[in-house]
Design a protein around this ligand. Structure first.
Ligand code: DLL
Length: 435
């Protein structure tokens, strides 16, 4: 089944002609309405009229996360705030997070693309969908919610966490589909088992998992534990949120990028050169229909490759392979994106904490864990009430990480000069997770 048969199966030449027309429109629009783009196009020596073929997209400069931060909060919006009906933001402290806006039509498009995802997963209006992505500034909760409503399915707006209640609703309301991060799906399976619930005999038949990298092996484990068909969904707030691309249940190999709304390229992250289809590199997205927050050649930092062969599901849209990693140091801890620099910014704001730290990322059962090892100043240890002071510092770090970054951490305070020092580029992160 295909939600929007007309647009999802357009013959490639027709699709590319549509992309071309929409690209020209968006390039004109941003050049004339967003100061940042006028400047960056001028610096690159390219005018909107120079974009005459799809290949000309390569002449346009990239946009980076740093550009978004530099224009925080609304500097890249292409419409007045009176036309913006929704804001979302990535995790992070004020000034570091990225803020995205949507017009009514943008929300409408997003809802349709999410509805396409559900239909690609084999769902219909007769399904009951438990949405365990977080509601709030994160795009997961509301993005999924609006799409499920557009489809006409029954949504359980459960949001993240509260595992016992999730399991109770899985039993009592009988959802046929669940949406959450893959690691949370594993956690649910384990907790359910521990509560004596037969997780394989629930009504669930489909799981839609994304927001963090996962593997074929994890797919197998989740499918066995929950007795579902597990499908991969991809998206990023900057480009829209969940629903930029989605696996089809027929093939389950690669996620169809909704190319009537986005142009996807893969580049060499070092040189910025566009790579031929099939080669691994960094995904770059251009939005061609967004009104409030159009993005030109946005460097996602996600590493993947494109699959150009036609898919047997009938969709003509190109597929992207699983995201295998990132070309920067962003960590994804239980679905929350965080940069080590953000953790550092929190640490340096705390008295008696030195800027020498290590981050140990691991996985306990299905859940990501993050241990922050950090040096405290020598004076603390000579203090007669050292134990109490140390406890307070530890508590403060845990609280600030939760409040500012939305992550829960374990803290290990160590004496000055006990963590190694770096002569070259510091590598403060030890990621022990096996993807
Ligand atoms: O994670 C949007 C989303 C919500 C996608 C729910 C899917 C389901 P951000 O918080 O902006 O948005 O994080 C985007 O998460 O650049 C990838 O690094 C990672 N990511 C998202 N989906 C996948 C996936 C949402 N299926 C960042 N596989 C992206 C691997 C993913 N990584």
């Amino acid at each position: 089944m295909i939600y929007n048969e007309e647009f999802e199966t357009l013959p490639r030449e027709v699709l590319e002609a549509l992309q071309m027309k929409r690209l020209q429109q968006v390039v004109q629009k941003v050049y004339h309405t967003v100061g940042f783009y006028k400047k960056s196009f001028d610096e690159a020596g390219v005018k909107p009229d120079d974009i005459r073929t799809l290949a000309d997209i390569e002449r346009l400069p990239f946009t980076t996360k740093q550009d978004l931060r530099d224009n925080y909060p609304f500097g890249l919006f292409a419409v007045p705030m009176s036309s913006v009906v929704r804001l979302h933001a990535s995790s992070g402290m004020t000034g570091r997070s990225t803020v995205v806006g949507y017009t009514k039509r943008d929300i409408d498009t997003w809802s349709e693309l999410m509805a396409r995802c559900f239909v690609a997963a084999g769902l219909t209006k007769n399904d009951i969908i438990q949405n365990a992505y977080g509601y709030g500034l994160f795009t997961g909760g509301l993005g999924i919610h609006y799409g499920a409503e557009r489809l006409g399915a029954s949504v359980i707006p459960m949001s993240g966490g509260n595992t016992k209640r999730q399991i109770m609703l899985l039993q009592d309301f009988g959802p046929t589909a669940i949406c959450c991060t893959p690691s949370y799906a594993l956690h649910l399976a384990e907790q359910g088992q521990a509560m004596g619930v037969d997780m394989g005999s629930l009504k669930l038949r489909v799981g839609i998992f994304g927001a963090e990298p996962w593997t074929e092996k994890m797919r197998q484990v989740i499918e066995d534990a929950l007795n579902v068909t597990a499908l991969n969904i991809y998206g990023l707030s900057e480009v829209m949120g969940p629903g930029v691309s989605m696996e089809c249940v027929e093939e389950r190999r690669g996620m169809h990028v909704f190319e009537d709304h986005f142009i996807v390229e893969v580049i060499d992250p070092q040189t910025g050169k566009v790579l031929p289809k099939g080669e691994q590199g960094e995904l770059v997205f251009t939005t061609i229909t967004k009104e409030a927050f159009p993005l030109i050649r946005y460097r996602s930092r996600d590493i993947s490759s494109l699959i150009a062969e036609p898919c047997r599901c009938g969709r003509s849209h190109i597929r992207m392979d699983r995201v295998t990693g990132r070309s920067d140091d962003m960590l994804i801890i239980r679905g929350v994106n965080v940069f080590p620099s953000q953790i550092e910014a929190v640490l340096v704001g705390i008295e008696d904490v030195e800027p020498h730290y290590r981050l140990i990322v691991d996985r306990e059962g299905p859940l990501d864990t993050l241990e922050v090892q950090v040096e405290v100043s020598g004076s603390v240890f000579s203090d007669s009430g050292a134990v109490k002071v140390l406890q307070n510092i530890e508590r403060r770090i845990v609280r600030d990480m939760r409040d500012y970054l939305g992550i829960s951490v374990r803290v290990k305070l160590v004496e000055p000069k006990t963590l190694g020092r770096f002569e070259d580029k510091a590598s403060r992160v030890l990621d022990k997770r096996q993807r």
